[in-house]
Design a protein around this ligand. Sequence first.
Ligand code: CA
Length: 228
Amino acid sequence: MKKVLILEDEASIRSFIYINLKRAGYDVLEADTGEKALRLIAENPDIKVSILDIMLPDIDGFEVCRTIRANNTTMGIIMLTARSQEMDKVTGLMTGADDYVTKPFSPAELVARIDALYRRIGDTREENPNELVSGPFILNTKNRTLTKNGERVRITNVEYTIMKMFIENPDKALSREEILSCVWGKDYFGELKVVDVNIRRLRIKIEDDTTNPTYITTVWGYGYKWSA
Ligand code: CA
């Protein structure tokens, strides 16, 4: 689903945008402070477009825009400006925003802008073909690295291969035999237990709470399942 973030501290405007984007088929995340917006973006690398209000209680929308741009050049960014903030348009575009919408705006106008930005991103900013994204995780298949919420997780080659198999098969129960032959090869003579040992180690590295794993869950008597 197409994921969009709204950063707006005024609850009435935010819910107005939220309702209209939901109706237009978007998956919408909401933030009322710059800090929260940046956290949601780190946790959801699949957000493609952000709508940023400028006047906020903590860090202003320009600062949020600059911070996003510092490590994300592909996200579409739309600034929300008040009519009196004519200069904001210029500054907003200079800090790396793609478009701006002036308050008050019609829902149709905003949705049209977002749709247009989405199309443009799809045309010119192909998703990085080397990156597999799943929840807060990005697995880079070119340099074989894993990040969670933008932070590097150090994994071994075997763990990398397991992660790749999981992310390519979301919500699918994979048998231990399948995992063994995918990761260690069909001619591997070892025991199935090697799968469990590696899953246990991987959980320590990626789960929020190892005693209650949510990304790699156990399918009793069968194997494991990935959900993010
Ligand atoms: Ca505001």
